[in-house]
Structures are given as structure tokens and as C-alpha cells.
Design a protein around this ligand. Structure first.
Ligand code: SAM
Length: 284
């Protein structure tokens, strides 16, 4: 029975254990059953699924996930939450809680051990201070993941979904859109959490492509190029890329490649589509 989403139950358990929120871990716990249902619905969890949850907190969403999935592995950094999770998840033998920092976990090995290397579904109300490194490492390290359904800061969700020509567009948008099809599934106001965050939140589902929408010979090179293009956002591509020592290209070479693509030498990275970055990467 999933019951922690009810605010009074969350407050009682926090009081029982004298729990103190740690700001440094981005702890904002969900207290809205309809939002919890919406996340688990968007993640399309079924009885065959193995779910990786990042940051279970007191186990609120974990209960919802455990009701539907075959197995849930929940990775929580805060040791003070472990005894609470032992109590709140005691009715769910299909949940394993690991007291670890997700950024230090070898997720690929974990997936091998828990799901025979088959793709897992990642579901999380993420600690906002590490949203980008978590998502980037799940995508770039090619961990077997079918989908990632996460609550993030609203602006970050928008950044993942936007295309060129907006100020939110950047390396995160391109990485997300190279590996996955992103879709914002809900906007969530601060009053759905305890304590309330200072920012609006959104739930986004990233569905992994079997093959990326553009083909490149060298993915690492593509992402070096993309990062270099946005590191010096206010410079033209020709200047920014020739300054990036890792790429080892001259300004003339960049200008020539841009010309072949029918682009002016003054063009900036923020106006290029994923397809254009792929083409530029091949030409350079
Ligand atoms: N899932 C719970 C919920 O929805 O109510 C809690 C979400 S809260 C926004 C983020 C959780 O991630 C906290 O429990 C926090 O302690 C945990 N956390 C923060 N940094 C972490 C890390 N590096 N590795 C694993 N868990 C982390």
C-alpha cells in the first residue's frame, strides 16, 4: 500500500526519526499523491521492469514503483535515511536500498548484476544540484537504460527540450536530443514538496533511441565539438573552436567547413541544429 504521499504520514515519519533536512543533498520530498501517480504512469512501469531510483528520500516514490515493478534498486546517499527506508519499505521484498553516492556507483555493473545487462528504467525526483552530471553520465557512458523519467528544475527540463535560437539551448539540449526523445509530462509547483523548493519543477521523460537521429563516425568528437561551441557562447564558432586546444583545428579550417555547409563565418553555435553539428564534426 503506497501511503507516504499523504503529507501527514510523511510528517509523522520525519518526526518519529527526528530527521533533519540536508540542503546540500537537495532534499525536497514529494507530498502529492497525484503527482506521484503521474510520474509512475509516465515512466510506464510494468511487472517485468527493473527500476533504478536515484535518491529515494523516505521511500515515497519507491513505494509506488515497488507496487508496479518486478524490482527496484534505490540509491540513497544520506545515511540518516536508511533506517527510515528500512521501515517504510519493509513490506516490499522487491526493493534493494544501497547507501551510496550515485555519481560514484558503477551503474553499468549494477545493471549487469540486477537485470542481466538488460535495459532498466530510471525514475527519480532528482537532487537538483547534480541533475546534469547524473543525466550526462547515464547517457554518455551508454548504460543500458530504456527511459529516464525525472523531476528536475523547470528550466532544466525546458533546456533539454528546446531547439536552436533560444538562450536555453546548449550542450545539455544536444546530448539529450542525440540519445533520447524528450517530453515534458508535467509541471509541478513548489507546494507539492516538503520543504518547498525556491524554483518550479517539471517531470520529463527521456526515451532512449535505439539508433541516434544523426549518424557520426566519432561520438566523442561530436561532443567535444558541441562543448567547445557552447563554452565560448558569445564568440563566433570560427573563433571559439580554433581557441579550443582539444579540437586542434585552425580558424581557416572552421571557416572553410562552415562555407561548405552554406553558413557564414560569423555564425554562432547556438544557431546550429544537431544535424549541422554532426555534419561539421565530420567535415572537421
Ligand atoms: N525521492 C524522494 C521524493 O520524491 O520524495 C526524495 C527526492 S529528493 C529531491 C532527492 C534525494 O536524493 C534525497 O533523498 C537526497 O538525499 C538524495 N541524494 C542527493 N544526492 C545524492 C547522490 N549523490 N546520490 C544518491 N542520492 C542522493
Amino acid at each position: 500500500m503506497a501511503e507516504l504521499g499523504i503529507p501527514q504520514n510523511t510528517i509523522s515519519i520525519l518526526q518519529k526519526y527526528g530527521f533533519r533536512f540536508q540542503k546540500k543533498y537537495g532534499q525536497n520530498f514529494l507530498i502529492d499523491p497525484s503527482v506521484l501517480e503521474r510520474i509512475v504512469d509516465a515512466a510506464q512501469i510494468g511487472e517485468k521492469d527493473c527500476v533504478l531510483e536515484i535518491g529515494p528520500g523516505i521511500g515515497t516514490m519507491t513505494q509506488y514503483l515497488a507496487e508496479r515493478a518486478r524490482e527496484v534498486v534505490a540509491v540513497e546517499i544520506d545515511r540518516a535515511l536508511i533506517p527510515i527506508l528500512n521501515e517504510t519499505l519493509s513490506a516490499y521484498p522487491n526493493v534493494t536500498v544501497l547507501n551510496e553516492d550515485i555519481l560514484k556507483v558503477d551503474v553499468e555493473q549494477l545493471v549487469r548484476e540486477r537485470n542481466g545487462g538488460n535495459p532498466v528504467k530510471v525514475v527519480a525526483n532528482l537532487p537538483y544540484y547534480i541533475t546534469t552530471p547524473i543525466i550526462m553520465s547515464l547517457l554518455e557512458k551508454r548504460v543500458p537504460v530504456e527511459s529516464i523519467t525525472v523531476m528536475v528544475q523547470k528550466e532544466v527540463a525546458e533546456r533539454m527540450q528546446v531547439g536552436p535560437g533560444t538562450k536555453e539551448y546548449g550542450a545539455l539540449s544536444l546530448a539529450v536530443q542525440y540519445y533520447t526523445r524528450p517530453k515534458i509530462v508535467a509541471n509541478v509547483p513548489p507546494n507539492c514538496f516538503i520543504p518547498r523548493p525556491n524554483v518550479g519543477s517539471a517531470v520529463i521523460r527521456l526515451t532512449r533511441y535505439e539508433t541516434p537521429p544523426v549518424q557520426v563516425q566519432d561520438e566523442e568528437k561530436l561532443f567535444d565539438l558541441i562543448r567547445a561551441s557552447f563554452n565560448q557562447r558569445r564568440k563566433t564558432l570560427a573563433n571559439g573552436l580554433s581557441n579550443a586546444t582539444k579540437l586542434g583545428v585552425t580558424r581557416e579550417r572552421v571557416v572553410q567547413a562552415l562555407e561548405e555547409m552554406g553558413l557564414p563565418p560569423t555564425v554562432r553555435g547556438e544557431t546550429l541544429t544537431l544535424e549541422q553539428f554532426a555534419r561539421l564534426s565530420s567535415l572537421l
